[in-house]
Design a protein around this ligand. Structure first.
Ligand SMILES: Cc1cc2nc3c(=O)[nH]c(=O)nc-3n(C[C@H](O)[C@H](O)[C@H](O)COP(=O)(O)OP(=O)(O)OC[C@H]3O[C@@H](n4cnc5c(N)ncnc54)[C@H](O)[C@@H]3O)c2cc1C
Length: 391
């Protein structure tokens, strides 16, 4: 059986749902294929930055998002403690939210469906259909079914089967973080701040990363950590053990479970987080990459939800614009869009990665943040969202 669409999207996470929602606004015939059955979980810190909130608002979900746990700023432990509120920016919220991904992703995908996209769950994509000219012309499901489309959007996450099947090389390939988290009950009042702990060490080396404690509401917290792979001994790190040490370093009066209990309860989940545009350029004939499949997470902080939404919206819009104006062989418009929004920031971010991977530099950086008079403004940098407009 073969079906034909204007746009077929592999993956119904934030990137895929945003792309679908945007593409159907123009009347395009859109299908989203996801291997999971929603609601499904996704290993994440569950923290939405103000920019992510603004994009959810842009998709028409301003009221729905207020039901979740609101956060008004970031507390940075370096190990000195800095309280930072999110900046006020024109047309942007000055707060974020913490939302379990099973709730957020279900909300977004349902929204794309009610806007007109066809959503197929338990539909695992095996790879792209590639025509005789080498152009991606659709997706093949594991069941053998072929779904043909004028444009394919690969929003199939960090391990993107579409990207792997195409054996793409990119000059930015390999930039990635390892992140791990566990959700748990804590004996403390709910906070309205995201806590970031910059002191994160492996055998006395300061790691290029940080630990976090994000409040979920109802006494639950999401505790996790992440580090980038420019640190040369990253493969020697036992991430679960490191998370256990981090959990144990938190205030004893919170009465947090030990890591082996969390592990037994299957609360500990790790995942790879590609960043800095691992699929560059972000398109090939017939296909555009968005979200983690593009490696869209911010190199400085690892914030990936806002970038998944932003790149998904841009991919949905640019795919349709290119189809209407000349066909699917050229999605340069998408590349131009991504470059104009993030080009400079991501160039600096990749450099930041390489430098932070050197323990002496990472250590000096944290020391500087901790001690210098301007620590407050310096500390804002890694967690601040770019102030340019999200178009
Ligand atoms: C531990 C951890 C903590 C994080 N914390 C934060 C945070 O607090 N804030 C933040 O902004 N970012 C965070 N991130 C990053 C964020 O989770 C990702 O950047 C974001 O989920 C990317 O969205 P996406 O839609 O591209 O991919 P995903 O959310 O991974 O969605 C991809 C979808 O594709 C589907 N899929 C995969 N393979 C197939 C297939 N073969 N066929 C069909 N469907 C398929 C999956 O089922 C999934 O639904 C974190 C990442 C990790 C690993």
């Amino acid at each position: 059986m073969t079906q034909r669409y204007d746009v077929a999207i592999a993956g119904g996470g934030p990137a895929g749902a945003a792309a679908a929602w945007q593409a159907v606004q123009t009347g395009a015939r859109v299908v989203v294929l996801d291997k999971a059955d929603f609601p499904r979980d996704k290993p994440c810190g569950d923290g939405l930055t103000p920019r992510a909130v603004s994009l959810v608002q842009k998709m028409g979900l301003a009221d729905e998002i207020t039901k979740f746990h609101r956060v008004d700023g970031v507390t940075i432990f370096s190990p000195s403690q800095w309280e930072l509120s999110f900046p006020r920016r024109p047309g942007m919220p000055n707060h974020g939210y913490c939302i379990a991904r099973r709730d957020l992703d279900t909300l977004l995908l349902e929204h794309a469906r009610s806007a007109g996209a066809e959503v197929r769950q338990s539909a695992e994509v095996a790879g792209p259909v590639v025509d005789e000219d080498g152009r991606v012309a659709g997706l093949t499901l594991k069941s053998g079914e072929r779904v043909l489309a004028d444009a394919v959007i690969a929003a199939d996450g960090a391990y993107s089967p579409v990207k792997r099947a195409l054996k793409l090389t990119s000059r930015y390939n390999g930039y990635s973080a390892i992140a791990i988290r566990a959700e748990m009950q804590a004996n403390r009042p709910d906070s309205d701040s995201l806590a970031i702990h910059l002191k994160l060490a492996f055998q006395k080396d300061q790691l290029p990363g940080y630990g976090w404690v994000f409040p979920m509401g109802g006494g639950r917290i999401n505790v996790g950590l992440g580090y980038v792979n420019t640190y040369k001994r990253w493969q020697q790190i036992n991430a679960t053990q490191l998370l256990g040490e981090f959990v144990a370093s938190l205030p004893p009066e919170w009465e947090l479970p030990a890591i082996n209990e969390l592990h037994k309860a299957k609360a500990v989940q790790g995942w790879r987080l590609p960043m800095g545009f691992t699929a560059w350029p972000p398109w090939r004939p017939g296909v555009l990459f968005a979200g983690d499949a593009l490696g869209a997470a911010r190199p400085a902080s690892g914030a990936g939800i806002s970038k998944a939404l932003q790149s998904g919206l841009a991919a949905g819009e640019c795919a349709v614009a290119a189809l209407v104006n000349g066909g699917p062989d050229d999605f340069t418009n998408y590349q131009q869009r991504i470059t104009s929004i993030w080009g400079r920031e991501y160039r600096q971010g990749r450099l930041f990665h390489r430098l932070a991977g050197i323990p002496a530099v990472a250590n000096a950086g944290v020391h500087l943040l901790d001690g210098v008079n301007q620590a407050k403004s310096l500390a804002r940098l890694p967690f601040r969202e770019d102030t340019r407009s999200a178009s």
